[in-house]
Design a protein around this ligand. Sequence first.
Ligand code: BES
Ligand code: ZN
Length: 862
Amino acid sequence: MRDAAPTTVFLSDYTPFGYLVDSVHLTFDLAPHATRVTSRIAFRPNPQARDRRFFLHGEGLTLIRAAIDGTAISPEITDAGLTADAPDAPFTWECEVEIDPGTNTALEGLYMSPLDVQGESQPDTSAMYCTQCEAEGFRKITYYPDRPDVMSIFTVRINGDLPVLLSNGNPVDRGEGWAEWHDPWPKPAYLFALVAGDLVAQSDSFTTVSGRSVELNLWVRPGDEHKCAFGMQALKKAMKWDEDTYGREYDLDVFNIVAVDDFNMGAMENKGLNVFNSSCVLASPDTSTDMNFERIEAIIAHEYFHNWTGNRITCRDWFQLCLKEGLTVFRDSQFTSDMRSAPVKRIHDVIELRARQFPEDTGPLSHPVRPESFQEINNFYTATVYEKGAEVIGMLKRLVGDAAYAEALDLYFARHDGQACTIEDWLKVFEDVTGRDLGQFKRWYSQSGTPRLSVEEAFDNGTYTLTFTQSTDPTPGQPDKAPQAIPIALGLLGPNGDEVLPTQVLEMTEVTQSFTFEGLAAHPVPSILRDFSAPVILDRAPQSAERAFLLAHDTDPFNRWEAGRDLARQCLIDMIAKGAEPDADYLDGIRAVLRDDRLDPAYRALMLGLPGQSQLAGFLHEAGVTPDPMAIWSAVERLKDAQAGALGDLLGELYNSAQVTGPYAPDAAQSGKRALAGAILDLTTRRDGGTQAAAQYAAADNMTLQLSALACLLRAGKGQDQLARFYDQWQADRLVIDKWFSLQIAEAAPKDAAQIARALTDHADFTWKTPNRFRAVFGALAGNHAGFHAASGAAYELLADWLIRLDPLNPQTTARMCSAFQTWRRYDADRRALIGAQLDRIAATSDLSRDTAEMITRIKGA
Ligand code: BES
Ligand code: ZN
């Protein structure tokens, strides 16, 4: 391991920095292997701090000179930074360092993209400079107190012979080979950004609510201009929505977005200069799927919304990450619900939560929404911090109501603008607005694990009683759990399906708690946890007849879908564990839903979905059954065949009704139809052997139809011709070639997946240093449940080989990919031994990064 004794940082150790920073002036002299960064920083003692030690973070920097108030000094330098004697009075720090962006493959700090020019003394002119500073990357650019509670005003001068030179804030001036930028808003260093390159912009403007005109630019490499229009529209919608919904106006003269091919994450909210993974902003109908469009709209909104929730109000320390990320995910979900269909968005979010957050929270990586310690903060940008963090805000809103939520947010912005805040500050505005004590609610931030909620019902003489009991299993470091405050949205249906009690929110605070409802004519059917009002596991085993009733009648669209999902899950579990046949109630129920053309096609498509195979493995494991990935796979195949059989006579009609006429638009209506057509085509392919899929492939004039047809063919063991043609057609398009890599692995038969992935790693286009390409292969392999867990262990070994290979170059992407192994203890002894051996092999690698070392240690567990 690189660090002999990895250091752990604790929330409880927080102390403010000894100095405040009044201003920062940075000058960059760009050169691929010898960029000079000169800083001039005005420090002044922080009256709130006692410790006056002057330590500046810095990693991988070559110090050229440093001076305090004009006097050269020789600071003490370590791997982590420098320490100097600084006056207990205001002073000016000046420093010059040299860095090497041309060999930076970690994609943190200042780097160059594309990476394939690396090592060359003069990268080609299409290479661009780009920065990524969150969370702790600024220290790879210059010496600085690289912590989010140190906020300052930045002025940046860039010298370089590239046509476009960008940084945060407003442009001050520019000339041949230089540009200067000034950001008037105090910000932490993690929001700093610089981009330089031969880029072209698609430009537009937005007039804010107070009448200011903002210049909008989306910067891309020449050749990508035709993929900008959708992102630009999404940005304008997001700007308008934040004004209308949260009263938040943009605060600079320009807003720049840059697309870059080499990026560890999806996108980054740098002040006034958002940087995007090109896969999360570039789109065109022929190269992007409906899902890509929806994701791009959401992520553009997300990064834009950070301007207030993250940038104007930032985090005191990285333990408070959910303060900005949970809230901003919540806001982007609200935005998508408003732009598209609220029930469909809610169902998508819950599917994601269960697929990514629940496994995290029930396994060795479980941690609170606000963690209390970490070794590497990059490992805590997790589904728990993000998605559960957003759920916690949704619960808060449900508990206090929409009006109080709006008032609390107004108070939050008014009270904390310009500050670096904590979860305590966030909850206090809600307490002040509502007079509530949120002490118990706060456990959602500190207690890890997914609560389980069990339910008992009683009916007597018109009085109906529901008794709920909550419990949370122990998680790493937290053996005992206290009861949580759980909002349970409930409705009651009468025997004929009418709603006899409209949705109300029950507030559960005890371990066991009863709620009674009087004056009911008959035993009602409860619809519990409507709209998924809390991120809990509802442990209830109603008869399949009751679920079928809810599937037919529930007035809450989420719970109606949930009833179908529960039926499907139970049916699959019975098929796997008891050799049962597909459940007729389930098949009848979805048939009725699919026939109901008053229902949104997108919603009907969701009704055909089945729980994921990894999730089924989780259910079996919880039920005390060791999951067999092949048995799960074949049960899912059989149930899909049964769906195809049960809907047989309707398939043609449904497919036709889901055809779109007129020009392609990635809106909710059209994409809902295409989602339904795709789901139907999957079933049809099981009956016609791929005739219709081949026809759809041949006729497709957009990527959604092309890819869904190709997926069906590959799943049926066909489509090799189309796959080859697909490559020829798209070989010049990096983002489409990522899909080509992914799809053939994702759709491979379990026995072939590892071999196909392995062969693809030999492909000339497997530019594995680029995270998108690496993830295209290994994300798909890890996502092919039965393929990944093939008994030979070939997939485990392949993934481990490549994690070991990538780690020295890009620790962050390597560490994130390790989570493919997080559920390993669910499986049988043979598989545990195979995975355990790979985990040991990774752990034993010399010079393993801190990122990967921490992940492997946690996954292996005690
Ligand atoms: N601030 C993050 C990006 C980030 C994460 C930078 C981790 C450095 C380390 C950004 O706002 C974000 O959350 N991006 C998400 C997408 C979003 C829609 C949830 C991402 O990149 O996946
Ligand atoms: Zn974010």
